[in-house]
Design a protein around this ligand. Structure first.
Ligand code: FAD
Length: 467
């Protein structure tokens, strides 16, 4: 029997659930990837780091598959048409893929299932990107969890070595129609700046980051992870997004190294997949429906200042400039800038969510939506809604010497530590001493935090009335 493995966000040739399933079910296994025009056509630019990352990861995957007698068949078009036509022409009995939890992906897979069935071909999906999915982790009353900590406890309680065991993918693959991976230009894109910003795609790029993190930092993650000026986190998110690394391998190591804080983050990832899968209405709507009653501020200039990193709040601006520079932002800063947009500027979290979706290399609908709703207090959070980050206090706490700020906001380089978090508080003499004029060389704060806080409390008060 023949089978086709359809790669999507799982661009590796090892510990791959669908590849493993295909190899144990069929004697001839083909591999394919589709540059899906339904996705590509929605991207804001033809110069997209994600597309570049995927294209180069595919080249490496193709080489690895060729070394085993196979290779990647790459198509460009609508996934449902391309996969169905390819499966029919190859004469396979079944198509194997890894499950995806995004509403659009689920709709696509339902359409593919139907189109394949009409040709007598079956479609099998495997759990691969999460440790648990579907109804595997439920409350005692059989419902999905909506709060992280009890979910995490149940997740840990359920976990056995089988759940993070490696999927064996040994065996010969079938070659055939693989004509190589197209260039970016061939699919209508141009190269991005991955090289310049130091992002190495593919399994080898993931391996390099993972080795580095595992060797030196995983043990100290709990102490270092909140300080953006320090190399403390793993930077693996883009690789987890495109599956150039296996989540099971990361979980195994986190357990072996007793890296509980880091494991927690990987569980958050599962949690948000689960939320999106069970509550697809979170796309576009508040998880807690009563929060949709909030009247957000319509302030295009404020939004533009936030996007450009010109709000006058140094940590917020440094963070947004980090995003603009390299498509990645430290987790602490994602929380700070999301809180700033929603609770200092009063702007709808959905606008911030969309901006991140366009800019982040690691953009994942589940984690991005979850993170934004967390910041807007409309999501899965046990905290009362009135938590409002103070952008200056956050700065003092997590970038005490302003090292991170100075890296991304060079016009503040000479500001003394004492004033780096709120440079508008400097006196005239200090300004003159360093030749910096607030409002000319660096923006004056576009909002007063204390006033904004009061306005936010008033804006959110409708929630109580609805609830
Ligand atoms: P590490 O700290 O090394 O963590 C390891 C991995 O755990 C990450 O790569 C990621 O896969 C996962 N992880 C960590 N934190 C979270 C979290 N809070 N929720 C879900 N998974 C997590 N993460 C994304 O992968 N894609 C997004 O689009 C995204 N958008 C976000 C938006 C907001 C407003 C916020 C507050 C957070 C968002 N995150 C997102 C979560 C987190 O900020 C990033 O995963 C993390 O900064 C990536 O860096 P890292 O790989 O070095 O993470």
């Amino acid at each position: 029997e023949k089978a086709l493995v359809w790669f999507r966000r799982d661009l590796r040739d090892h510990d791959h659930a669908a590849l493993s399933a295909a190899l144990s079910n069929a004697r001839q296994v083909y591999c394919a990837f589709v540059f899906d025009t339904d996705i590509l056509d929605t991207l804001p630019s033809r110069r997209d780091r994600r597309v570049h990352f995927i294209r180069d990861s595919l080249a490496e995957l193709d080489a690895a598959l060729r070394a085993r007698g196979g290779g990647l068949i790459v198509r460009h078009g609508r996934a449902v048409d391309e996969i169905t036509a390819l499966a029919a022409r190859l004469g396979v009995a079944a198509v194997f893929a890894n499950r995806d939890y995004e509403p659009a992906a689920k709709a696509r897979d339902a359409a593919v299932t139907e189109a394949l069935e009409q040709r007598g071909i079956s479609f099998h999906t495997s759990k691969d990107q999460a440790i648990f999915d579907g109804d595997e982790v439920l409350t005692q009353s059989g419902k999905p969890y909506t709060v992280f900590t009890p979910y995490k406890n149940a997740w840990l309680k359920r976990l056995t070595p089988t759940d993070h065991a490696e999927w064996r993918c040994a065996g010969q693959l079938a070659g055939g129609e693989n004509a190589g991976v197209p260039t970016l230009e061939q699919i209508g894109f141009v190269p991005a700046d991955l090289n310049q910003i130091g992002i190495r795609p593919g399994m080898s790029g993931a391996r390099a980051l993972w080795d580095d993190f595992r060797a030196g930092r995983i043990a100290r993650y709990g102490q270092l992870r909140d300080f953006p000026a320090i190399k403390g986190v793993s930077y693996l998110s883009v690789h987890l997004r495109f599956g150039t690394v296996s989540i099971r391998e990361l979980v195994r190591t986190a357990l072996a190294e007793e890296a509980g804080t880091w494991l927690n983050e990987l569980i958050w990832r599962d949690f948000y997949f689960m939320i999106l899968d069970h509550f697809p209405q979170v796309v576009g709507h508040a998880f807690k429906a009563e929060y949709d009653a909030i009247r957000w501020v319509d302030w295009p200039a404020g939004f533009a200042a936030w996007q450009a990193g010109r709000t006058g709040y140094p940590l917020v601006d440094a963070a947004m400039r980090q995003l603009n520079h390299c498509g990645w932002m430290h987790n602490r800063l994602r929380m700070v800038v999301a809180s700033f947009l929603t609770k200092d500027l009063g702007i709808d979290w959905r606008l911030g969510e969309r901006h991140f979706a366009e800019q982040l290399n690691d953009f994942d609908l589940s984690a991005n939506n979850g993170g934004w709703q967390w910041a807007a207090s409309s999501g899965c959070d046990a905290q009362p809604y009135f938590r409002i980050f103070n952008p200056v206090t956050q700065s003092e706490k997590f970038d005490p010497e302003g090292k991170f700020i100075r890296r991304y906001v060079p016009e503040l380089a000479a500001v003394p530590n004492k004033y780096i978090h709120a440079p508008w508080t400097m006196g005239r003499l200090e300004h003159e001493a360093i030749g910096l004029v607030i409002g000319r060389d660096y923006p004056a704060p576009i909002v007063d935090h204390k006033k904004a806080r009061d306005e936010t409390l008033a804006r959110y008060s409708v929630v109580k009335k609805v609830a």
